[in-house]
Design a binder for this molecule. Sequence first.
Ligand code: C2O
Ligand code: CU
Ligand code: CU
Length: 401
Amino acid sequence: INKGDAVNILLQNNLSEHTNIHWHGLKIPALMDGHPDQLANAGGTFRYLFTVNQRAGLSWYHPHPHEITGKQVFQGLAGLFIINDAEEAALNLPSGQYEIPLVIQDKRITNAGITYNPSMEEVMAGFMGESIVVNAVYSPYTEVATRYYRLRILNGSNARVYNLAFSNNADMIIIGNDGGLLKNPVTVKEILIAPGERLDVLVTFNAVSVGSEIYLTSKEFGNGGDAQGKQSFRIMKFKVTSAATDTFIVPSNLSAISTIAASSAVKTRTFEISNAMEHHGYPMNDGMQMRHRINGKLFDTGRIDENVSANTNEIWVFDNSNGDEPHPMHLHGVFFRVLDRTGGRGNLIASESGWKDTVLVMPGERVRVIIPFESNTGKFVFHCHNLEHEDDGLMLQYQLS
Ligand code: C2O
Ligand code: CU
Ligand code: CU
């Protein structure tokens, strides 16, 4: 889609249960956003009409019916939504067959097919499949030439966090994230990507001899709690099959991104997202069940949790200081800038410098973001993008008016 285009998409729901489509990363009217209230019933339809009025970037779409989002996404309902604009086109980044979209997911595959059957422990930790698929292909590979490629990466997994790295230790040049291009490229050897997050990465195979096989892998990482980061594994193979001459030079300036001063915030809100057991004085209004909560509350579509004034900047703090699980926190309807991270990893990573819609808050961490709320009024949700946590209730609503 080009910036400025009108979109008209009819969802025909042929499932035997309700569903909808949330356009993750699109700034569109609340009633088109796939809020859990806005459903297509079994056999029904929902027409999505909106205009894309935002900069280039890699967004995606997936269902959002409360309590069954995890199941529907896991079973295959997710796809990319790519927005192009003139600023990005002017950079002449690798395109066509040299621009490769990669949707990374993990699946549990049984004789019955893709199987979503989380145990109680898997609801707590998030559901992680044993088989990695890319673009829904098991054991994926692609043939490449000895030149630059642009990889447009989505972590479309329900719960699994990946620590991406190449098996030949190749540089990954991070040029974009959830909200489009960064200001300047940043070169890393490995980078974390949590569910819901996107990465725009340049990699070159020019130093690799034809005939080699390189793997995109996930390396072990720390700070991930009991269930994450304990193994390294392969994600996808790149077979270098042909030589190429490449004149591409990585641009040193990618995009003009304005900064937002923390001092421009009119309000700070703090959200406690630590482990369900540790509710730190917030009243548990539904007994002492082990559930994932924000500020002690479970999702309730009939309750507005935060009232926000249009056209103001706010600082939101996601506090997982006392938690023991990673929570990738996501807001609908806006993009934000990450101000800082204290505790845990203690600083920001390469992909956190531009516009974000999802930010990973590891156990022990406290992350502050600044959000320019514009004039797109209405009721929007924000939640953990570990979909088992979200379905379990780790989701609240804000009303922008
Ligand atoms: Cu991709 Cu409400 O989420
Ligand atoms: Cu979203
Ligand atoms: Cu979570």
